[in-house]
Design a protein around this ligand. Sequence first.
Ligand SMILES: *Cc1c(COP(=O)(O)O)cnc(C)c1O
Length: 455
Amino acid sequence: MVITTPYESGRDFLSPNRNLSPLSTEVDANKRLMVGGCLLSDLAQRYGTPLYVIDEITIRTACRSYRDALVSHYSGSSLPIYASKANSSIALSRIIASEGLGMDVVSAGELLTALEGGVLGEKIFLHGNNKSEEEISLAYRNRVNIVIDNRYDLERIEKIVPSGADPASIMLRFTPGIECHTHEYIRTGHLDSKFGFDLDQVKSIFKELQGVSWARLTGIHAHIGSQIFELKPHQDLAEVMADVLLMGRNFGHPIEDFNVGGGLGVRYIESDDPPSIQKWVQVVSEAVIVSISKRKLNLPRLICEPGRSLVATSGITLYELGSRKSIPGIRKYLSVDGGMSDNPRPITYQSSYSACLADYPLEVPDEIVTIAGKHCESGDVLLKDVSLPKSKSGDVLVVFCTGAYNSSMSSNYNRIPKPAAIILLSGQADLLQRREQPEDLLRYDVIPERLRELG
Ligand SMILES: *Cc1c(COP(=O)(O)O)cnc(C)c1O
């Protein structure tokens, strides 16, 4: 029998998104799992559980793969930017900045995190379908590009840019009307989407923005969705966008940036088979070059904004196994010390994950179990019916591919504090985010004066 464990599966060292586990995953002499040169069960002991763990080499490899593939396949200039909603922290921003990538942000919080991490304002793009005036103003003051999503954005930008001051640098987002096969909640490119201008509004926006002093329209943008394995929709997008570029330039706008969005999928379970970063970039670059040349335009700067495929595989979460419950003939539940508050994807999108025991990654699976979280929701299940070797309470469970949309979507449901996050490189572990304490959760509570007397 061939035993494949998450750490053996994949093994594409140039395209992290095709692996189930971080690139530095290995086993020690006692066949226990290590990542970044650190023994996982040691880390669980030292930092406590649940624990978010990030493998630095995996993130850096993904950044370089996007950058290098763009340089090899696209003859114009290019810039990969990280969609930081996938996982936002100051230290991650610093790594992304040091790799030369730009960053996508969607709130004042993400924007401040990017700036604090050292990302230059000119390399930051502010997205959002309902930006506040404060967010727009913060972006403008820091020379951040503002992606206009609707007319309300334009009204607000006009209001905050002082007369005679430098214009805001803006990029127009539109809905390209492209369908792709992904979960309904994460589709954004089809027409019934809250994001962006409709294609038939674009012309009038180009017209309205002709000659305005408060904005300079320097780019166009579309994003078709997330966790996409198909390449065809990205090719189709190039054609639609090239038409919009042509129209914009005909209206005299200095459009140089051609932002095709993100969306490349990752391998969460063995059967997932996403294209590599290199293949994705190649197909997109070639499609853009063809569409642009056909219209006899100068090649714009090609921007892509991956989130998930840059960080998902670099992350794992460590939990401690606790109570168990067997329902004969039905299911065996093993409970962990976290769940939907640190990983809301299974309950939100019915997402699947892979897992193994930190100290017995190669042991032959022995039972089918369901890994349940500790929250007061029957649906709080992280993995349903997975095979694991025999385990006992206190064992450390590793859930793979949690680097994207876990920490950033975490909550304090049931007043459960958020986990600590650490980053690993060459045998060294460093804290990236401190563990929240139960007392921290009381910090913003206020007892109204009139209730004090009741005590
Ligand atoms: C979420 C998002 C991305 C990143 O998507 P991934 O699937 O994580 O690569 C890029 N651009 C925009 C506008 C987004 O909303």
